[in-house]
Design a protein around this ligand. Structure first.
Ligand code: SF4
Ligand code: SF4
Length: 724
């Protein structure tokens, strides 16, 4: 199961020579992998490349015909280790994950892969989750490429370039015997376009044409001392020059010509579109990407090719480096190359651009404005008159844009404060009740240290819960409480999803806790999917991509590891959850106490239930939907229910009573009837305003009879209300 089905798009993956492929960047990558003759693919989902793995899963039958093995890995380390197949065999393989976090998890395997190097092309497609909307720490994957001598492709976000970089990336990997990373930012993943397709290629050796003999023992292919010393030299003396030679000969980087030859711009491939847009806004480029300023596009971000850098810069008085994020690796490297060659071109980069943060359209435009200003202040000394005139015209346009941008604070002031709208649990999410219960528990036992984790449950760090003291990584919550527990009077509570449990938490957290006989409380949110990345299946899901359940169980696993204090509680049973939490916090039993908070991801459930209901309705069968509501006349308007729930379907409306000014609580149409409102009201001894209703479609004769009886009785008791 995945958030979105790509079944239709997968048809495009079958296109052959001469056909035109149209679609999203991420789908184009899949097609390029198949055109490149991969023997195996795998990965761990995460934005912005979740869809790559989802597409591969949807395309599994087609890939099987080509003999391509697909592995939905349990974490990024297992995905990276898969690439070990390319060390000894001429097999091309690709894996994918979200970076920087996934690359951190995979780092050990990547180091041990890139030390001996590869025989078959090995590619890592990383979703560079950097900038606005990112969900992870803001670091650059570039550092990993440099430290492990892997090459980093950062293709210009247009489909033909992306596809070419995938295909050339495998050749680059084989020519230099090093793994290659292909970095896709969120916009590159979802950019749409077209390219001329090629017929898919089956790998010479694959699942349908297996290799007869295992590789002969070759100590040189092990990342093991003393060979690792020789590998380091190989990386520098042979693989790096081989990669640079290949990139030069195959023109991986692009040069855009321009008539303002005294200046130039060096840009990371992935930022090219944003740069060209900013230049076009000041009249220095057209809408088709023709620039007045010469541009050197680094589709290969690492390594730099010194000869290309020098030949681009020589004769130019000033060059701007467009490199998002910190540190300024490329700017430093370009400066070094130029100084070594005694080329006196001035380099601009950070300073004109901010040192850190995403280069959005506005940042890019302001930086171009700053660059123009800088050039013009030296213009008389540096440039010919025609260049000065062109730059002055561009500056005049920029100043108009800046005037408009300058109105923004006034516009914001006129609008007034807009309340922030943080992300939230879905309506009816099974994880929300656990935090409502935790809030109620803390009323009695006092504040607790909450060791939070990655996953949907991290929405509890926002209002109305505002819970969580640290987040150290996916599946790391229990491990990150290890040194908190012995130093705090009250037991820390660690929260982990079942996704995090299988990703890392079982060994890093649970095994380590038990091994060290630590105390503490762990809540495992068992919703059945890796929900935050799009409801992919995992080891304890009730189904798998092959159909049958994988058969692993969180509870059994914990018991087999030796967890003695373990309770499983239905998440929506708030009162039971409160009781269990209090017990876990107060029991004299030492050691790890685990509460499995059990409740299917509501988003996944709704998708499943809606499809099932639609079939039933079509067949004329009875369908019942549960809804909750608030009785306007009883609600006092103190909104405790909202503060304890945070459900987006629970809101406020004006009180119908003209004598009461406070708005009353109201449940809107999107309510999925999870029951939390009623449970919270009950557990918190809150108020009796909530009612539960059943909406019945295709009602049976019994339903109709019951309805008539109820109407009649209500009519006797409250004739006016019925009449109204
Ligand atoms: S995706 Fe599922 S688990 Fe995540 S917030 Fe929505 S309902 Fe909850
Ligand atoms: S029952 Fe209450 S908490 Fe559950 S979806 Fe409806 S409004 Fe939200």
């Amino acid at each position: 199961m995945a958030e979105r089905s790509f079944a239709k798009e997968v048809e495009q993956l079958k296109l052959g020579d001469g056909a035109t492929f149209r679609g999203e960047g991420i789908l184009a990558v899949t097609k390029a992998l198949l055109q490149s003759g991969v023997a195996y693919v795998g990965g761990y989902q995460g934005a912005p490349v979740s869809h790559l793995l989802d597409v591969l899963v949807d395309a599994e039958d087609m890939m099987a015909e080509l003999g391509v093995h697909l592995e939905t890995c349990t974490n990024e380390a297992s995905a990276a280790a898969m690439l070990g197949a390319s060390i000894n065999y001429p097999l091309r393989g690709a894996v994918t994950w979200k970076s920087i976090v996934g690359t951190n998890v995979a780092a050990d395997a990547l180091s041990n892969l890139s030390s001996p190097g590869v025989m078959g092309g090995a590619m890592i497609i990383i979703g560079e989750d950097y900038g606005e909307g990112a969900s992870v720490i803001q670091e650059r994957s570039y550092a990993y490429a440099m430290k492990s001598s892997m090459w980093l492709l950062d293709p210009r976000p247009d489909l033909p370039t992306i596809v070419r970089m995938v295909e050339k990336g495998f050749e680059l990997s084989e020519a230099s015997h090093a793994p290659v990373m292909l970095e896709l930012r969120v916009r590159a993943c979802h950019v749409t376009g077209a390219f001329a397709a090629k017929t898919n290629r089956a790998s010479a050796a694959s699942g349908i044409n297996r290799i007869g003999e295992p590789a002969k023992f070759n100590y040189a292919r092990l990342a093991h001392p003393p060979l690792t010393f020789a590998h380091e030299k190989l990386k520098v003396d042979e693989r790096l020059p081989a990669a640079q030679k290949f990139a030069r000969e195959h023109k991986l980087n692009e040069f855009l010509d321009g008539d303002l030859k005294e200046i130039g711009i060096i840009v990371l491939g992935g930022l090219t579109n944003a740069l060209l847009r900013a230049l076009s806004r000041v009249g220095l480029a057209d809408h088709f990407g023709h620039s007045r300023i010469p541009i050197y596009i680094l589709n290969l971000a690492y390594p730099l090719i010194p000869d290309e850098v020098k030949s681009f810069c020589v004769g130019k008085r000033d060059v701007l480096i467009v490199e998002e994020g910190f540190p300024d690796y490329i700017e430093q490297a370009v400066n070094t190359e130029l100084r070594r060659a005694d080329i006196q071109t001035r380099i601009h980069g950070k300073g004109v651009f901010p040192k850190a943060g995403e280069y959005t359209g506005e940042v890019m435009l302001r930086a171009i404005g700053g660059y123009l200003d800088n050039l013009l202040s030296w213009g008389d000394f540096l440039f010919v008159q025609s260049t000065i005139d062109t730059l002055s015209e561009a500056m005049a346009i920029y100043q108009q844009a800046e005037e408009l941008l300058g109105q923004r604070p006034k516009a914001a002031a006129a609008v007034g404060d807009i309340p922030p709208r943080p992300p939230n649990f879905c309506t009816g999410c099974p994880e929300r009740p656990v935090f409502a219960a935790l809030k109620l528990t803390q009323r009695e036992i006092g504040p607790t240290h909450i060791s939070a984790d990655i996953g949907c449950h991290s929405f509890a760090t926002f209002a109305p819960f505002s819970m969580g003291n640290s987040i150290l990584g996916y599946g790391m919550s229990l491990a990150s409480a290890a040194a908190v527990a012995p130093n705090l009077k009250a037991r820390p509570i660690s929260v982990m999803g079942d996704g995090g449990f299988w990703h890392n938490g079982l060994i890093t957290g649970v095994a380590s806790n038990l091994f060290n006989k630590n105390d503490g409380v762990l809540i495992v949110m068992q919703n059945g999917y890796t929900s935050a990345t799009g409801q992919q299946y995992m080891p304890s899901s009730k189904a798998s991509r092959q159909g049958a359940a994988p058969g692993m169980d969180v509870e059994q696993t914990l018991r087999s590891f030796g967890v003695k204090w373990l309770k499983k509680v239905r998440t929506y049973s708030v009162a039971t959850m409160v009781k269990t939490l209090k017990e876990a916090m107060r029991t004299p039993v030492e050691g790890l106490k685990v509460i499995i908070a059990d409740g299917e991801c509501q988003l996944a459930r709704q998708r499943r239930v809606r499809a099932e209901d639609a079939i039933k309705l079509k067949a004329g069968e009875r369908v019942v939907r549960t809804k909750f509501g608030v009785d306007d006349e009883i609600c006092t308007g103190d909104h405790s229910c909202i503060r304890l729930s945070g459900c987006p379907s629970l809101t406020v409306k004006p009180s119908p009573d003209p004598l009461r000014t406070d708005p009353v609580a109201a449940v809107i149409e999107s309510c999925v009837g999870c029951g939390l409102c009623g449970e919270v009201a009950h557990a918190a001894v809150l108020c009796p305003s909530f009612y539960r209703a059943e909406v019945i479609q295709n009602a049976s004769a019994w339903d109709r009879l019951l309805h008539r009886v109820r109407q009649t009785v209500i009519g006797w008791l409250a004739p006016k209300a019925v009449a109204a």
